[in-house]
Design a protein around this ligand. Structure first.
Ligand code: PLP
Length: 384
């Protein structure tokens, strides 16, 4: 097959299945609003759960950081890209989450890949929740470890997998809050099972950190568990980007020797690390925003009228409205846009076949009128 024929056949398959992906160039967004081509929309598709992306103190911290350090780090952290700003942020994070060490990564995707590929090799096994994020599953497939996936949120299914013997190390992987479903993992049961079987637990809490737990410490704080590896990301509630891995001293030292995403990649700009420390300060004291977010979630769930659609059992900011087929999810997203609301249609393979959905995300930046408008438009679509 020629290159051209290959690309063309791939593209026509995507079009046929209503799975065509494209990007929209936006003017700018906040937790509450999205501006596109000069038009204003209410934003129900962002991850800025606490409305921090435009917080004046965080913006100012970034500016001050840039004035001091310039705009880039100038290299990998192993060369000259590890500054006082990075060092302070790592310490602030490890103190907040009560771990001996935190290591910064440029993204959650990179952190997951680095951790899994550095730790797992031939003869090892990874037991991952079936609905784990693409970055986790992809890293698992890239590593030479054996990947087994267990039924979503089922500690019973995990227990069954443990009955198969394995010679090497075992890593159990899950998310705190699942990115496409918004539900939470039974972290206490999973950690107990892992411990009983001499396995480690890795929790990717991209969507729980900042919004759940005391001072926003996330899903693990809610369950009172301390996984051996905790991944937190800064692209969601923190309103910025980047990630950190929380672990013990020796494991952190090991990652510094072995994690290729640290060694061979430019570290995050120091100005961003300064901004992240400022965002962390805001996150810790954001109880009012967390209360507002929870109120928005409860109000939305209480008042939605579903007709033929289904609302996933989520108590978090991620509220998936499952419509089934791809085409209908696109129609619903388009209907929202006509009404100046923005929600994201999510289709297979990101979610299982037949579960195409509108992924609605709520923020503390929304007020009750915003939610009322969302409910009204969804109702309008359902009774069209
Ligand atoms: C967003 C997300 C990631 C990726 O994090 P980035 O920092 O955006 O690369 C990883 N895991 C989960 C569960 C996510 O939702």
């Amino acid at each position: 097959m020629s290159w051209q024929a290959f690309i063309q056949s791939q593209l026509s398959l995507r079009k046929r299945d209503f799975a065509w992906r494209k990007r929209t160039c936006i003017d700018f967004s906040t937790g509450r609003e999205l501006h596109v081509s000069g038009e204003k929309y209410l934003n129900f598709s962002g991850n800025d759960y606490l409305g921090l992306s435009h917080h004046p103190k965080v913006v100012e911290a970034w500016q001050q950081g840039a004035a001091l350090y310039g705009v880039g780090s100038g290299g990998s952290g192993h060369v000259t890209g590890f500054t006082q700003a990075h060092y302070d942020l790592e310490n602030n994070l490890s103190e907040w989450l009560d771990y001996p060490r935190a290591l910064l990564f440029i993204s959650g995707f990179a952190a997951n890949q680095a951790v899994i590929t550095a730790l797992m090799g031939q003869g090892d096994r990874i037991l991952a929740d079936k609905l784990s994020h693409a970055s986790i599953l992809e890293a698992s497939m890239l590593s030479s470890a054996n990947l087994r996936r267990f039924t979503h949120n089922s500690s019973l299914a995990l227990q069954k997998l443990f009955t198969n013997p394995s010679e090497g190390k075992t890593l159990v992987v899950t998310e705190g809050v699942f990115s496409m479903d918004g539900d939470s993992a039974p972290l206490d049961d999973l950690h107990k099972l892992a411990q009983e079987n001499h396995a480690w637990l890795m929790v990717d809490d991209a969507h729980g950190i900042g919004v759940k737990g005391r001072e926003g410490r996330g899903s693990c704080d809610v369950y009172g568990v301390k996984p051996e590896l905790l991944i937190v990301t800064f692209g969601k509630a923190f309103g910025l980007s980047g990630a950190a891995v929380l672990c013990d001293e020796q494991t952190a030292d090991y990652f510094i020797q072995a994690a290729r995403h640290l060694i061979y990649s430019t570290s995050m700009p120091p100005a961003q690390a300064v901004a992240l420390s400022a965002a962390l300060k805001q996150v810790r004291q954001a109880d009012a925003a967390r209360a507002q977010l929870n109120q928005n979630i409860a109000y939305f769930r209480k008042n939605i009228q579903l007709n033929e659609m289904r609302l996933a059992p989520s108590e978090t900011a991620i509220q998936p409205l499952i419509v089934g087929d791809n085409d209908k999810s696109l129609q619903l997203a388009a209907f929202l846009r006509q009404n100046r609301l923005w929600g994201q249609a999510i289709r297979p393979p990101t979610v299982p076949p037949g579960s195409a959905r509108l992924r609605i995300t709520l923020s503390a930046a929304h007020d009750q009128q915003d939610i009322d408008r969302l409910l009204e438009v969804i109702h309008g679509f359902a009774t069209k």
